[in-house]
Design a binder for this molecule. Structure first.
Ligand code: NDP
Length: 327
């Protein structure tokens, strides 16, 4: 038997219950991994509440690191005893041991600890595709302005540092002055407290009236309208989350009036459908982390048994950087 966190129905943090489970052998294309650390992500909240519905009972969580205990038929890139880390679809990371598709799992370089691996895979691969794969037509050039909301969070602090490494001028938003300082310390060129300031007006000031090439928006409902005002003509609105609630329906015609804007709604799991694409993106992440260009800030740790409190703090905007569930 081993421990897992299960929900039996969608709802509040109180639905997260520790249970004993039996974990079997991996089937073809699967591995069994024993976690050393588990990453907490805002998508776990969407899975818990039912914004992204799951079949019940469910174990949520999409990020972890540990040691491979067993390898199913046909898996060649992992062996028993390997240190490994992953961002997974389907969820199921809130547990001591899990069986999962091997194609999601990458060997962890020796230079990267289990905790760092568990704190960065889903968040870091997200920062990677947002900054490097989401603007295929025009591309981003050094010196370009981009706007990144919730920049002191898990994905945000990685994106600030990676953007600096790419020579981008990342304008950060965050909900407190202290979070703004954190974003600046991690490479943001400018920071705006969007709880107290009109971020669209500040972006216009900072960019000399031009606007930014891309807005990366994971906040959703609360920031959508003003984010569109921040874009320069032909700019890209890259929506990738709904921390404040889903974006309401909008009229595509308004994109023309605002300057022939593009809109995309991206999800990491379209980028990592194959073992090859996952490994290629992970290799880039491992390289920027191993080089020190991007540091993974683990600002909160909670024992797995305290997962309810971890969810309360994440939803109450009390966290910064990455959060781990420890075993
Ligand atoms: P964060 O650590 O960034 O936490 C979410 C942050 O959102 C909060 O700290 C808060 O920062 C901000 N926020 C703004 N409004 C609200 C609100 N009403 N309630 C709660 N938080 C709010 O989380 P993650 O790093 O795990 O994820 C960041 C975002 O990226 C999430 O929306 C997540 O779903 C999305 N994501 C999307 C992926 C994709 O591929 N589409 C993959 C990974 C993540 P502040 O106080 O500064 O406003």
């Amino acid at each position: 038997m081993s421990l897992a966190v299960q929900i039996r129905q969608h709802g509040g943090p109180e639905e997260l219950q520790l249970v004993d489970v039996t974990v079997g052998a991996p089937g073809p294309g699967e591995v069994r991994i024993r976690h050393h650390a588990i990453g907490l992500n805002f998508i776990d909240v969407y899975h818990r509440t039912g914004l992204y519905p799951l079949t019940m009972p469910a174990t949520i969580g999409m990020e972890g690191a540990g040691v491979i205990e067993a390898v199913g038929e046909g898996v060649t890139h992992l062996q028993v005893g390997d240190r490994a880390a992953y961002a997974s679809n389907p969820p199921g990371a809130y547990c001591e041991v899990r069986v999962m598709p091997a194609k999601c799992v990458c060997k962890l370089p020796d230079a990267i600890s289990f905790e760092t691996g568990a704190a960065m895979m889903l968040k870091g691969l997200t920062a990677q595709y947002l900054l490097k794969k989401t603007l295929p037509v025009q591309g981003l050039q050094p010196g370009d302005f981009v706007l990144f909301h919730a920049a002191a969070g898990g994905v945000g602090l990685i994106a600030c540092q990676w953007a600096r490494a790419l020579g981008l001028q990342l304008i950060a938003t965050a909900g407190t002055d202290a979070k703004c300082q954190l974003a600046l310390a991690n490479g943001a060129a400018h920071a705006i407290n969007y709880q107290t300031e009109d971020f669209a007006a500040r972006v216009k000031d900072i960019t000399g009236g031009q606007g930014v090439k891309v807005v990366y928006d994971s906040v959703g409902k609360d920031t959508w309208d003003k984010s569109l005002e921040c874009l320069r003509p032909f700019g890209l609105m890259a929506s990738f989350g709904n921390a404040s609630g889903p974006v309401p329906p909008f009229a595509p015609g308004s994109l023309g009036a605002k300057g022939s804007l593009y809109v995309t709604r991206q999800t990491l799991f379209t980028h990592i459908t194959t073992r090859e694409s996952t490994q290629a993106m992970a290799d880039e992440l491992f390289a920027v982390v191993a080089s020190g260009q991007v540091q993974i800030h683990i600002a909160q740790r909670y024992p797995l048994a305290d997962v309810q409190q971890a969810h309360r703090d994440l939803e109450a905007r009390k966290t910064t950087g990455s959060t781990l569930l420890t075993l």
